[in-house]
Design a protein around this ligand. Structure first.
Ligand SMILES: Nc1ncnc2c1ncn2[C@@H]1O[C@H](COP(=O)(O)OP(=O)(O)OP(=O)(O)O)[C@@H](O)[C@H]1O
Ligand SMILES: [Mg+2]
Length: 256
């Protein structure tokens, strides 16, 4: 029996590349024939759309599951990538979350629901929303691991320390062994850029947590978003596709 590695893509600042990383990491793992489930946990529904899934493609989504109207397996759809399934989200997740947030114990609800599928996938990747909200805490509580998405242009040491405080809160409040799987830098051109960011921000204690792979700024990302496909399906030789494939390989080694 496989036990999934459940990984939530975190980073509390908006626009650091969580959704684009969720889609392209999940697609890259699937291209390596790892059975993968991508869960959209953001009412913006970016990762759902960027995988080419539209409202007409499904009857049940994550909001249906969280509000008890559907089983987890009923809310999973196939994507155009073999080995990659997805649980979509849309705006109704916002309304479902407003109701659930009235009871703080509900933050553990996704963690409990995932028990139904965790022996079916090698990786479960969860795209979480920015900000300190019910949904981001729920997405982090559901995971064993957090992948922190950073941008040398958008992030600061304070962002990282706030995230660490949130991780500590989740571990103690919900009694889950949430761990940090590492930091991925996005929109970055060289290793030197990452090294000087870490030095300038006094983050040397996290140096060993930064992945060797990093994601460059690449217009192919924007094109793949317009085409609603992972970047590797648009152009497997593009810098972003190669970076996400190397990253998926590196992360797989980390876990095995
Ligand atoms: N490496 C990249 N190269 C080019 N464009 C990028 C790259 N990474 C992200 N982007 C652009 O930045 C935008 C924001 O990325 P994304 O939506 O993944 O961030 P996010 O952290 O999920 O944001 P939010 O907090 O709103 O959920 C994307 O629409 C994409 O156009
Ligand atoms: Mg996002």
């Amino acid at each position: 029996m496989v036990m999934s590695k459940i990984i939530t893509i975190a980073g509390q600042k908006g626009g650091t590349g969580k959704s684009i990383t969720a889609v392209n990491l999940a697609a890259s793992l699937a291209l390596f024939e790892k059975n993968t489930l991508l869960i959209d946990c953001d009412p913006q529904g970016c990762s759902t759309r960027w995988c080419g899934i539209q409202g007409s493609d499904y009857n049940c989504d994550i909001a249906s599951v969280l509000s008890g109207r559907a089983k987890v397996t009923d809310a999973i759809v196939k994507t155009q990538v073999n080995y990659l399934n997805m649980m979509p989200a849309g705006f109704n997740l916002f309304q479902a979350a407003l109701k659930l947030a009235k009871n703080p114990g509900n933050e553990k609800i996704l963690h409990l629901f995932l028990k139904d599928v965790e022996d079916k996938y090698e990786y479960i990747i969860i795209d979480s929303p920015s900000s300190y909200s019910f949904l981001s805490v729920m997405a982090m509580t559901a995971a064993d691991w957090l992948l922190v998405c950073m941008s040398a242009h958008h992030n600061s040491v304070e962002d990282f320390h706030c995230l660490l405080r949130l991780v500590k809160y989740i571990r103690t409040t919900h009694n889950v062994p949430l761990k940090i799987a590492g930091l991925l830098f996005n929109r970055c051109e060289t290793k030197e850029e990452i090294r000087s960011f870490i030095e300038n921000q006094n983050l040397s204690d996290i140096k060993q947590m930064v992945y060797d792979a990093f994601i460059p700024e690449d217009d192919n990302i924007k094109r793949s978003i317009d085409l609603k496909i992972p970047v590797a399906l648009h152009d497997i030789k593009s810098p972003a596709a190669e970076a996400y494939l190397s990253f998926a390989k590196e992360m797989h080694f980390f876990f095995n």
